[in-house]
Design a protein around this ligand. Structure first.
Ligand SMILES: *[C@@H]1O[C@H](CO)[C@@H](O)[C@H](O)[C@H]1NC(C)=O
Ligand SMILES: *[C@@H]1O[C@H](CO)[C@@H](O)[C@H](O)[C@H]1NC(C)=O
Ligand SMILES: *[C@@H]1O[C@H](CO)[C@@H](O)[C@H](O)[C@H]1NC(C)=O
Ligand SMILES: *[C@@H]1O[C@H](CO)[C@@H](O)[C@H](O)[C@H]1NC(C)=O
Ligand SMILES: [Ca+2]
Length: 448
C-alpha cells in the first residue's frame, strides 16, 4: 500500500490529496488539470466537500486550459470511478489537506511557489529546488519588460538582470490577479536604482509608475532599495501595470521588484489607502528616495503610511534617524538630513529649523496627528498639539527650534501622511524623512 500525493496548486491555495488506500506505485504526481480531466469523479467529490469555498470555481475561471494528460494508473482510476458522487466514504480514503502557505524558498534564495515540476514549467516559472517533502519543485516566477503575470510572487526585473541596465525606454509588467478575491498587491523593492529627480524634485528623468490601482500611487524615482508599497486593486479583473520609464542620463540602473498578491480576507493586509504599512513595535519609515548621502526629496508626493497598533500599545514615539558616522554624515549636528522637508539644508544655505502648522508648512510637510514633544503628559488647558510638521529639524514645537527631539502621538489609528508640492524653488538639499518609530505601552488608564 503506497502513499501517493496528488498535488494541485494554484495561487497559494493548494490541495494535497493523499490516497492512502489504493494508490499504486505507477501513480504519478497529478496536476489539477489531471485531477479534473482524468478523474472527474474525484474532482467533483473534492468540490462538493469544499462547498462554500470558491477555490475550484477560481480554478475554472482563471486556468481554462488544464492539460488533458492522464498520469494516474488505470488501477487507481478504476477504483476512483467505482465510488459514486457524494459518497462520503470515498473521502475517508483520502486526506485532503488545504494549505494556505505553499510559498517556498528556492535554492537561489528567491521566494517561489511549490508546484509539480511540469506544472511550474507550464505556468512559465523556473524550478529551483524542492518542496512539499520532495514531491514539488520550488517554482520561481521572474518576468521582464513587456511580460504579464497572473502568478503570485512574481519578480519584475529589467532585461538582463542582474547585469545593470542603461538604456532608454519603457519596461512594463502587467499583473493580473491570481484569484478573484485579491484586494492588494505588495511591491517589495529588493533592488531599485533608477535616475534621481530633476531640479525641482520632480521625477522627469526616470520614473516608476503604478497604474490600474484604486488608490493614488505617486510616481517615484531614485533609490528605493528596501522600501515597499502596498497598492489596492479593484474588485474587477482589470490588471495593474508596473512601468519603469528610463530616459535620464547614463546610469547603471537596476531593479528587482517582488510582487505578491494579498487576499481581501488576509489579516495582514494593509488598511485601504496605506501606501506604506508597518507591523511590529518598532521600525524605520523612509520617504521614497530617502538617502542620507545621495537622496533627494521627491516632489508631488501625497500618501499615507500606516503602522499597525500592536496589542497593549497606545501611542507612538518618532525620532529622526541617526546618520551614524559611516555614511558621510554632516559633522554639523543641526544639519541633520534625517528630516529635511523645507528650507535650505545644503551647506551655506539658510536653515529654517522646525516649523509647524498650516500657516508655516504650506509646500511640503508630514502630518503626525496631535504630535507633542512631551510624551505621556498631554498638553493641558487648551495648549494644542500639532499635526503638520515641516522645516529641516524634527520637533513638534516648531518656532524655528534647532534641536531635534522625539515626537509622540497618541492618536489612532497610527498613521502619518506626507505631502510635497511640485516645486523646490528656494529649498535646497532636502532629503525627505527617515523616522524611527517605537510604540508606547498603554498606561492603566488608557488600557481600560
Ligand atoms: C502570495 O504569496 C505570499 C507569500 O509569498 C503569501 O503570503 C500570500 O498569501 C500569497 N497570496 C495568495 C493570494 O495566495
Ligand atoms: C489503461 O486503459 C486504457 C483504456 O481503458 C487502455 O487503452 C490502456 O492500454 C490501459 N493502460 C494500461 C497501462 O493498462
Ligand atoms: C522568502 O525569501 C526570504 C529571503 O529572501 C526568506 O527569508 C523567506 O523565508 C522566504 N519565504 C519563504 C516562505 O520561503
Ligand atoms: C515655484 O515657486 C516659485 C516661487 O514661489 C515660483 O516663482 C515658480 O513659478 C514655481 N514653479 C513652479 C513650477 O510651480
Ligand atoms: Ca517642495
Amino acid at each position: 500500500m503506497s502513499h501517493k500525493i496528488i498535488f494541485a496548486g494554484f495561487c497559494i491555495l493548494g490541495v494535497i490529496v493523499v490516497a492512502s488506500a489504493f494508490g499504486t506505485p505507477e501513480d504519478e504526481l497529478l496536476t489539477e488539470g489531471d485531477l479534473l480531466h482524468g478523474s472527474s469523479s474525484l474532482a467533483s467529490h473534492v468540490r462538493s466537500k469544499r462547498q462554500g469555498n470558491s477555490f475550484w470555481g477560481n480554478l475554472f475561471n482563471f486556468e481554462p486550459k488544464p492539460r488533458p494528460e492522464r498520469r494516474i494508473s488505470n488501477h487507481t482510476l478504476s477504483k476512483l470511478q467505482q465510488y459514486p458522487e457524494r459518497d462520503n466514504r470515498f473521502l475517508s480514503l483520502f486526506t485532503v489537506v488545504r494549505f494556505n502557505n505553499e510559498a517556498c524558498m528556492s535554492a537561489s534564495g528567491d521566494n517561489g511557489t511549490c508546484f509539480p515540476q511540469a506544472e511550474c514549467v507550464r505556468r512559465g516559472g523556473a524550478t529551483n529546488g524542492k518542496c512539499a517533502q520532495g514531491y514539488g519543485s520550488c517554482c520561481v516566477f521572474s518576468k521582464s519588460c513587456g511580460a504579464s503575470t497572473s502568478q503570485n510572487c512574481t519578480y519584475f526585473t529589467h532585461n538582463g538582470y542582474p547585469t545593470s541596465f542603461d538604456g532608454t525606454g519603457s519596461c512594463q509588467l502587467t499583473v493580473y490577479k491570481c484569484a478573484p478575491d485579491i484586494c492588494q498587491l505588495k511591491l517589495e523593492f529588493e533592488s531599485f536604482n533608477i535616475a534621481q529627480p530633476g531640479i525641482n524634485g520632480v521625477c522627469n528623468n526616470d520614473q516608476f509608475i503604478v497604474s490600474g490601482t484604486t488608490n493614488a500611487v505617486p510616481i517615484i524615482c531614485g533609490i528605493n532599495t528596501g522600501n515597499h508599497m502596498y497598492v489596492d486593486v479593484g474588485n474587477d479583473n482589470s490588471p495593474v501595470t508596473l512601468s519603469v520609464i528610463t530616459s535620464g542620463p547614463t546610469l547603471s540602473r537596476s531593479w528587482k521588484i517582488k510582487v505578491t498578491q494579498i487576499r481581501c480576507t488576509e489579516a495582514y493586509r494593509a488598511p485601504e489607502g496605506c501606501l506604506q504599512y508597518f507591523r511590529g513595535v518598532s521600525g524605520v519609515i523612509r520617504s521614497y528616495n530617502f538617502d542620507f548621502v545621495s537622496g533627494q526629496q521627491l516632489s508631488n508626493q501625497d500618501y499615507t503610511t500606516c503602522i499597525r497598533q500592536e496589542r497593549n500599545f497606545c501611542g507612538i514615539r518618532y525620532t529622526a534617524c541617526s546618520e551614524g558616522s559611516a555614511d558621510g554624515a554632516d559633522p554639523t549636528p543641526v544639519r541633520s538630513r534625517a528630516f529635511s522637508l523645507t528650507g535650505q539644508l545644503a551647506q551655506g544655505g539658510t536653515l529654517v529649523g522646525a516649523l509647524t502648522g498650516s500657516t508655516n508648512c504650506i509646500t511640503d510637510w508630514v502630518t503626525i496627528p496631535c504630535a507633542t514633544n512631551t510624551g505621556r503628559i498631554m498638553q493641558m488647558g487648551g495648549a494644542v498639539c500639532q499635526d503638520r510638521l515641516c522645516g529641516d529639524i524634527f520637533n513638534s514645537e516648531g518656532g524655528g527650534a534647532m534641536n531635534q527631539v522625539p515626537v509622540y502621538s497618541y492618536a489612532k489609528p497610527f498613521r502619518i501622511t506626507y505631502h510635497t508640492d511640485p516645486n523646490e524653488t528656494g529649498d535646497s538639499g532636502n532629503r525627505g524623512f527617515c523616522l524611527n518609530y517605537i510604540q508606547q505601552p498603554c498606561t492603566p488608564q488608557q488600557r481600560k
